[in-house]
Design a protein around this ligand. Sequence first.
Ligand code: S3P
Length: 192
Amino acid sequence: MNASLGPDRRPVAVLIGFMGAGKSTVGAALAALLEVEFVDTDHEIVTRAGRSVAEVFATDGERYFRDLEVQVVLDVLGRETGVVALGGGAVMTPAVQAVLADHLVVYLEVSPDVGFVRVRSSGRPLLQPGADGTDAEQRYRALLDERVDTYRAAARLTIDTTGRDAASLADEIARALRLRPASAYRPEGSPP
Ligand code: S3P
């Protein structure tokens, strides 16, 4: 049964993973495959704040960003029935972990070598040079190390994304979770 069509109307799948894992690309591909909406919680934060994620970090700091993030994530999980991708750090908040226990969570695993190359020029606030003298790559590796157990613990399904394209990953997720396109649940001839 497709979770989005169940009585409590949860998202059909929630993608988690570190920066550079491909959550947005794979999420969009999975949503297209399942004929549902795709929502990226970082985009919602930007809409709600009226500023980029980097600007929120720079002006108000990480604590403020995390408070906004938890509100947005809980709102989105409570209302969306499509595919949802969470920002890489959202799962570290206990309130988010608690809600995710009730969802079909997919962890997209990425190696630090591949993931870092994808995000190194993106201006991600957590990869800015630290006061402690660490560079972006050291920060990327250390943060991933710190989080990996939490990602795995939150997930129903963990997928290694190494060398895979978004379409094949979307296909694997749909098969593993037995998710079918929305049209497969509609009586023949009924409008979408
Ligand atoms: C963060 C990941 C980012 C964004 C913010 C913080 C993190 O999202 O939410 O920069 O703590 O890992 P992506 O995972 O989409 O890069």
